[in-house]
Design a protein around this ligand. Structure first.
Ligand SMILES: [Zn+2]
Length: 220
């Protein structure tokens, strides 16, 4: 990496990457909301990042990552998701607890440590939430799974990915025996919820749309 990035710069790059996943530009107000900081702090950080050629900022048109900004963001995401996988696989952490821990650790691990974790885990492609782990080359494995909201009943599905941004949702899902790889049968789709049968527990669960929209599945 050409410049030495502070933890805060790394967090901004990661956030901008997530917010511009569809390759649009993101307004600085959106970044401020997401990071829960004052717009003025965002403005000064964006200026710093632009001076390092990590972002491109055009007044009234928002912010985009440059090629080197994108590389740095992907590197941080690789650290984060490998750490989450390590915490869950090797240390037995619940999928609801890995994010916060990985958020702290991701800034500290070396490339050597990253490589060792990756090979110890067998170079995983997805983290415990089904999020793709960028390769060393920055390539993200595919995530072709439709949202469970868009799957009409009756259907049998396997959970492949969950939006992990709300811890409560993860805790709720694990309490119902639902995690990555769980197979469920969609019994009924109503306007604000769905009824599913979880095959591992043989229990019928009512999932509100707020949860359903966070789940991405493979249809069997
Ligand atoms: Zn994750």
């Amino acid at each position: 990496m050409a410049v030495n990035l502070t933890h805060s710069m790394q967090d901004y790059l990661k956030t901008i990457f997530m917010l511009t996943a569809d390759h649009t530009r993101v307004p600085t107000t959106r970044i401020a909301q997401t990071l829960n900081v004052q717009p003025a702090s965002v403005t000064s950080m964006i200026k710093k990042l632009a001076d390092c050629h990590l972002v491109d900022h055009q007044s009234y048109h928002g912010v985009a990552l440059t090629e080197s900004g994108r590389t740095a963001a992907l590197e941080m995401i690789r650290h984060h998701r490998l750490l989450e996988t390590y915490l869950s696989t090797a240390l037995g952490y619940d999928w609801a607890d890995v994010h916060e821990e990985a958020d702290r650790l991701e800034h500290y691990i070396s490339e050597e440590f990253e490589d060792r974790i990756a090979s110890m885990l067998g170079n995983p492609l997805y983290d415990p939430h089904g999020d793709p782990i960028p390769g060393r080359d920055g390539v993200l494995p595919p995530t072709p799974w439709p949202c469970l909201l868009d799957v009409p009943a009756p259907a049998t599905v396997t959970i492949r990915r969950v939006d992990s941004s709300q811890r409560d949702a993860l805790v709720f899902l694990s309490s119902k025996g639902i995690t990555i790889g769980t197979t469920c049968t969609v019994l009924k789709t109503a306007s604000s919820y769905i009824m599913i049968d979880v095959s591992s527990t043989h229990k019928t669960v009512r999932l509100p749309n707020a949860i359903v929209q966070r789940l991405f599945v493979d249809q069997i």
